[in-house]
Design a protein around this ligand. Structure first.
Ligand code: ZN
Ligand code: CU
Length: 528
């Protein structure tokens, strides 16, 4: 038998969580043709994987890499930082941010909405089909698996206003959502701390989700609060899925803020009880005690009403500034107060293209004592909102507890931008394998791999992926289980990991001997 690629003598993990088998793996075209003793076979590319693990390519369940392919020349290392860890599929469109769908006359609003998170953004399409065609033309290192984002959908129909949609607007939102699912979107995501997601009530979310329940794809939520209101927020997410009749998937599950540390016992208790009661609830998690998002997410909701431009107008008004500052000190109860949860010393500038010299420094360091709020207001004004931050919020014991939960899969929440982004984009998968599985023995290697392969493939309906068996798509990673480890840090956030040797996407080598080959065989994966 002649294969295109033959990976010999590896410890083969099938993605189900079962222990490895010593076997050879033969690939023909974009499929796995055989797994077993292939010592009599030959191949065009013949690799010895003795001492290495051979696993299904990893599925990153939570990314913001939707538009990484637009980053442009010189920034390929940013877009490719994930695939160098063995990630072959990135679930994107998370936290309510997806580059579609919208009504044509709302294109400007949508571009403003996306620009704050993704950097410079030009949206030359209005639906999933158009987005997929553009991404395919540009070329992708790994596969993209898009969700529809509620925030983008809402901006794309009614703009940034803090009010419920009118009946006619809701009908249009339902139609656009349904069309995105018909075009193969893998789920419906919300970001309920961001505008305009924060403006949506539970009823709006149930009604929209119900519209697409017949597809059976998950409701995926960055829940309303991860600090003091975390329990109620988990319950709201479960209720939305249950009442709409779809599975619920909670994004980057955590409890944040010192006073809440330890409360993952409580939230995971809620999740376990729901699962025991027959409700399908899962979560994703990244292995770090810091989060990362838009800097303006620290502002109270009233200050964000009306979109980025209205927000900036308020930030140049002395009275509004005083009111925001008062909220930071003693905010309204139903609001995620990240300033109180992290402190100014725990909020660090990640990416700020207009002022790279402040990247990597905390607001506490950059502003004088008592000047922190003014510093942030002035910075947001000057950069028109385009600043991301890293927020140190969590406790290691909570991170470990979530990672180890049976319903938890791995998602980086990576935001591929230059500057000093959170190291999770380039480090999450090798950190789970090297630090949490090998060094700390939080779970065994087969379980770690399952949380990156078979488990997420099932959650997001990625047929033919997440398993290493005959007939599966040839997304494959070869790594050294004794050496694999993340190297990305807060100081050097894009460093490639140690120990990941070969990565195949659809049978094509994207990483070979630890280096990028330059190939871009990635596809946009849809449920059609
Ligand atoms: Zn999020
Ligand atoms: Cu996210």
């Amino acid at each position: 038998m002649e294969f295109d690629v033959l990976i010999r003598n590896g410890a083969v993990f099938d993605g189900t969580g079962a222990p490895p088998l010593s076997a050879d793996v033969g690939i023909v075209g974009d499929r796995i043709e055989a797994v077993g003793d292939l010592s009599a076979a030959t191949a065009r590319l013949d690799l010895d994987a003795a001492g290495h693990a051979v696993a299904p390519g990893f599925i990153d369940t939570h990314t913001h890499s939707d538009l990484a392919w637009t980053l442009g020349p010189g920034l390929e290392h940013v877009a490719a930082a994930s695939v160098r860890q063995g990630v072959t599929t990135e679930v994107c469109g998370n936290c309510g941010f997806s580059p579609f769908p919208h009504l044509s006359h709302r294109r400007g609003d949508v571009e403003r909405h996306l620009r704050t998170l993704f950097g410079a953004t030009q949206v030359d399409w209005h639906d999933l089909d158009g987005f997929a065609a553009a991404a395919r033309r540009a070329g992708l290192f790994a596969n993209l698996a898009p969700l529809v984002g509620h925030g983008s959908l809402r901006v794309g129909v009614l703009g940034f206003e803090d009010r419920p949609p009118r009946d006619d607007e809701l009908a249009i939102m339902k139609r656009l959502l349904r069309e995105a699912f018909e075009q193969g979107a893998l789920g419906f995501s919300t970001g309920l701390i961001y505008m305009p997601g924060a403006f949506a009530g539970t009823d709006e979310l149930i009604e929209l989700t119900r519209e697409v329940s017949r597809f059976g794809r998950p409701y995926v939520s960055h829940i309303r609060g991860e600090t003091d209101m975390v329990r109620r927020s988990v319950e709201e997410a479960i209720r939305i899925g249950r009442e709409a009749g779809v599975p619920t998937h909670i994004s980057h599950h955590k409890v944040a803020g010192r006073v809440n540390w330890g409360r993952t016992e409580e939230t995971l208790g809620v999740i376990t009880a729901a699962r025991d009661g027959g409700i399908d609830v899962t979560v994703d998690v990244y292995p770090y005690t810091a989060g990362s998002t838009l800097l303006y997410a620290i502002l109270p909701r009233w200050a964000q009403d009306g979109g980025v431009e209205r927000m900036l107008e308020r930030l140049s008004d002395g009275q509004a500034r005083d009111r925001i500052e008062a909220d930071f000190a003693a905010g309204p109860p139903e609001w995620e107060n990240l300033v109180r949860a992290a402190g100014w010393g725990g909020i660090v500038i990640a990416t700020c293209p207009g002022r790279p010299e402040i990247e990597g420094h905390s607001i506490g360091e950059l502003a004088g004592p008592g000047r922190e709020a003014d510093f942030v207001f002035d910075l947001l004004l000057e950069q028109e909102g385009r600043v991301t931050m890293i927020v140190h919020l969590m406790h290691e014991a909570d991170v470990r507890r979530v990672l180890a939960h049976e319903a938890a899969m791995i998602g980086s929440d990576g935001i591929p931008l230059p500057g000093k982004p959170h190291p999770r984009w380039a480090g999450t998968f090798s950190r789970v394998l090297g630090r949490y599985a090998r060094e700390e023995r939080l779970f065994d290697l087969a379980t770690a791999i399952h949380k990156m392969t078979g488990l997420p493939a099932g959650r997001f309906g990625l047929a033919g992926r997440g398993r290493l068996e005959r007939g599966a798509v040839a997304d494959v990673v070869v790594f050294d289980p004794g050496a694999v480890l993340d190297r990305a840090t807060y100081e050097e956030p894009l460093l490639a990991p140690r120990g990941v040797r070969d990565v195949f996407v659809g049978g094509v080598a994207v990483v070979s001997g630890g280096e990028l080959t330059g190939a871009r065989p990635g596809r946009v994966l849809t449920a059609r």
